[in-house]
Write a protein that binds this ligand. Structure first.
Ligand SMILES: *Cc1c(COP(=O)(O)O)cnc(C)c1O
Length: 420
């Protein structure tokens, strides 16, 4: 497993100073909850925003706001320039070949729906097959089911083993001449598993099948290079990378984006409109109908600059250290079970406690100021696979500390005492 080796290698470079250095950039982390210092361990659902991004949003709103692409006046030109600069920041962040391969969406969900409508509804027909995996978020299941229902297409699902790893042999066996599309998550939001997507993409391409990667959980934790991965589509959301909500990205290979039909119709996505016929704008504008969330896009760019300033490799190494520290201690508590035990994972710890419903765990941890996620994590098929209704999930970011993990461990012991 190459990624693990790389992570372990980087561990040598890991600096425990990371949180100490950058934590102060996040004003919200000074909050008290239930009279206790906030311990924010719900980063897989949404991460927090550093002052640099907040300042960028304020600067935009106080001195740069106007509608983009529409006018020759000063503010419209500035806003357009800043919006397009953010697009290029994202292009470089994932090493896309061209900036027109970056489409601003409202998030991962919107990006996947764009591909379903723009590519799926045009190219997928009755009897065609779409491959998903047992590890998908509902965002990367439901749009494909809607398409399958509309077209009479068939969904195939790659199974997982007890460690929460995809069975790649089974994936390869699913391919046949009717296979038309593959949609896989880079990292499981419920278990943290990092999937071997590079090989899976290469295999699909041998069969001439395009691949969409849901990168919502990966982009904040792993350096992404879409050219090296050779994926056809890659999607993620700003709010999971220290950016604002309401903004996300779809990367697509230019050739595919050009062949696709628009998803939403409206202003800015057209070249000319008459009541007889409308011709569409070039990419990326063909897919950006209407006034986009300009401020959020610029804030997204600022968040990427901030993360790049720290370095994704340093972030991955430090978070891996946090994961190991937390895993060792949680695994040692009798009656606590970690769900998803692959060594190839990001800093997500899903666990159950014997005899205590995850909802009660979450409620009691909240009384200690600790924010974890409890539930099915928008991934019910994973819960069904492990025959559990829900888990508690602690997910770490580079601004978390080992002291916060100690607080979590002590709180889990207290929860067990309450129920004993
Ligand atoms: C969060 C998440 C999504 C959905 O992201 P939105 O920002 O809610 O659109 C999709 N897939 C995965 C793996 C996620 O973690």
């Amino acid at each position: 497993m190459k990624i693990v080796d790389a992570l372990l290698d980087m561990n040598i470079l890991a600096t425990s100073e990371l949180a100490a250095r950058y934590r102060a950039d996040f004003p919200i982390l000074n909050l008290k909850v239930s009279d206790k210092p906030l311990v924010y361990l719900d980063n897989a659902a949404s991460s927090q925003m550093p002052q640099a991004v907040i300042d960028r949003l304020v600067r935009y709103q106080t001195s740069q706001h106007a509608n983009i692409h529409r006018a020759v006046h000063y503010l419209s030109e500035v806003a357009t320039q800043e919006y397009e600069t953010a697009r290029r920041t994202l292009q470089h962040f994932i090493n896309a070949r061209e900036d027109r391969e970056i489409i601003f969406t409202s998030g991962t969900t919107d990006a996947i729906n764009l591909v379903m409508h723009g590519y799926g509804r045009k190219f997928i027909k009755s009897g065609d097959e779409i491959i998903l995996t047992n590890l998908e978020h509902h965002s990367n299941i439901v749009p494909w089911q809607m398409l399958a229902e509309e077209k009479g297409a068939i969904i195939r699902v790659v199974p997982i083993n007890d460690a929460g790893e995809l069975l790649v042999d089974e994936y390869e066996k699913l391919f046949n001449p009717r296979t038309r599309f593959v949609a896989i998550t880079h990292v499981s939001n419920a278990l943290g598993t990092i999937n071997p997507i590079k090989n899976m993409i290469a295999f699909a391409h041998k069969h001439g099948v395009p691949v969409l990667i849901d990168g919502a959980q990966a982009a904040a934790h792993i350096k992404i290079d879409v050219q090296e991965l050779d994926c056809d589509f890659y999607a993620f959301s700003g709010h999971k990378l220290c950016g604002p909500t309401g903004i996300g990205l779809l990367y697509g290979k230019a050739k595919l984006l050009e062949a696709m039909q628009p998803f939403k119709g409206g202003g800015d996505m057209i070249a000319s409109v008459t009541f007889e016929k409308t011709t569409y704008n070039t990419i990326p504008y063909k897919f950006e109908a209407g006034t986009p969330p300009i401020a959020a896009a610029i804030g997204f760019g600022a968040a990427i600059d901030y993360l790049s300033g720290i370095g994704l490799d340093a972030i991955a190494a430090y978070e891996h250290e946090l994961l190991n520290y937390a895993t060792e201690q949680i695994a040692a508590i009798p009656g606590v079970h970690i769900i998803g035990n692959t060594p190839t994972k990001v800093a997500v710890l899903s666990f159950t406690i014997d005899g205590i419903h995850p909802h009660d765990v979450g409620t009691l941890l909240n009384q200690e100021g600790i924010a974890v996620r409890t539930g099915h994590h928008c991934a019910q098929p994973i819960m069904q696979r492990f025959k559990i209704p829900a888990t508690s999930r602690a997910s770490f970011s580079f601004y978390n500390t080992k002291a916060e993990i100690d607080t979590l461990i002590a709180a889990i012991h207290s929860v067990q005492k309450v129920f004993s």
